[in-house]
Design a protein around this ligand. Structure first.
Ligand code: ATP
Length: 357
């Protein structure tokens, strides 16, 4: 059992910066859990506090059935992989991988056998006598993973381990990491500022802002039902359209037009309420013919996305973005109608930004 729990966990740095501000969190045994948020939100500090590299200012932290709040990193049974891999440049790949076992005083022959076996498992066969400087970035990243795997920890802590790889290698490494974690079933906490990475890898994601958690949910939940406008704008490869709107009967007035209120919010709003209308670009359609319950405008920018295009529509000064299939791509400047998928649009409270459900 390696469930991780935090109880009112606080990490304050000298000068009064509260990087982690009273977190209550439970990460399940075997779960792949992502900490996602913008730069400075406290995700690395939380990870380092779980690792024991930072001491908690207040609160408690448990791993499995042990309270580890006061324990040094070496006694927590966790393995961390850093963004820069932190390999020892003067040691061979084999020695890098088996280093944690040396610290654990595992006999040499057994250490070497584990290192060779782990290296094979991570597609590093034939490289174990090289030094890190003689490896590609992707190979170095796998050595860092192998070192974490070889120590057979109860928890993996990953601090943006894919961010130094180029785009293509990053995708490959992502799939590799997901398979590795699923095969090993080790509880994993993964820090990233890349929402696509978090959505692709995690069983659940915590979205952080200023040391606090905004929402915890499955990738599908945080994408489809963001708790507030912060989460809505942070999750998704193209940002959600968020525009002020006014409730009028069964509709909201937005960008000079009138569109239906999503069914999930109908009973929660009344005439005249100021709300924020939210629609993901993927859930809007472009029509060249007038359509009831749509928003009229002109396509001002068309960006090619390969099999699709991102179209920016100017609707009386309000800019709305939509993703259209390559066959439906409008000409630059063309007039048309933006048609929302009503069951996929959201309303947020105009004052607090909280999702209205
Ligand atoms: P990034 O993605 O840029 O690494 P992050 O979300 O991981 O950001 P942290 O590195 O955890 O954020 O930092 C959270 C806050 O704590 C920031 O305001 C940062 O300036 C502050 N902070 C981090 N480390 C220290 C430190 N050693 N001393 C003082 N303040 C720190």
């Amino acid at each position: 059992m390696a469930e991780i729990t935090t109880h009112q966990l606080v990490k304050e740095f000298p000068g009064g910066v509260r990087a982690v501000d009273g977190l209550d969190l439970t990460i399940a045994d075997g779960e792949f859990f992502a900490l996602l948020g913008p730069s400075g939100c406290g995700k690395t500090t939380l990870l380092r506090t779980i690792a024991g590299l930072e001491a908690a200012t207040k609160g408690r932290l448990t791993i499995g059935d042990r309270d580890v709040t006061e324990l040094p990193p070496g006694k927590r049974d966790v393995a961390m992989v850093f963004q820069d891999y932190a390999l020892f440049p003067h040691m061979s790949v084999a020695d890098n991988i088996s280093y944690p076992l040396k610290i654990q005083r595992v006999p040499k022959s057994s250490r070497h056998a584990t290192a060779a076996e782990t290296a094979d498992g991570l597609a590093l066969h034939g490289l174990i006598d090289r030094r890190p400087g003689q490896l590609s970035g992707g190979q170095q990243q796998r050595v860092a993973l192998a070192r974490a795997v070889a120590s057979n920890p109860t928890v993996f802590l990953f601090d943006e381990p894919l961010s130094n790889l180029d785009a293509r290698l990053r995708l490959e490494a992502r799939t590799f990491l997901k398979r590795l974690q699923r095969d090993l079933g080790v509880t994993t906490v993964f820090v990233t500022h890349d929402q696509a990475e978090a959505l692709a890898l995690a069983d659940r994601i915590a979205i952080m802002k200023e040391g606090r958690i905004q929402q915890i949910g499955s990738p599908r939940e945080v994408f489809a039902r963001p708790a507030n406008t912060f989460v809505a704008s942070f999750v998704g490869s193209t940002p959600m359209n968020l525009h002020t709107a006014t409730v009028s009967g069964e509709h909201v007035k937005v960008a000079g037009s009138s569109v239906p209120i999503p069914p999930s919010a109908r009973s929660r709003v009344s005439d005249g309420d100021e709300v924020i209308w939210g629609a993901r670009p993927e859930y809007l359609r472009w029509s060249t013919e007038p359509v009831e319950d749509s928003i009229e405008g002109s396509a001002t920018i068309v960006e090619n996305l390969g099999a699709a295009a991102l179209v920016t529509v100017d609707a009386g000064g309000t800019l709305i973005q939509l993703v259209v299939d390559e066959d439906d791509e409008p000409e630059m400047g063309a007039r048309g109608w933006v048609v929302p998928r009503i069951d996929r649009t959201l309303l947020f409270d105009g004052a607090s930004g909280e999702l209205i459900l």
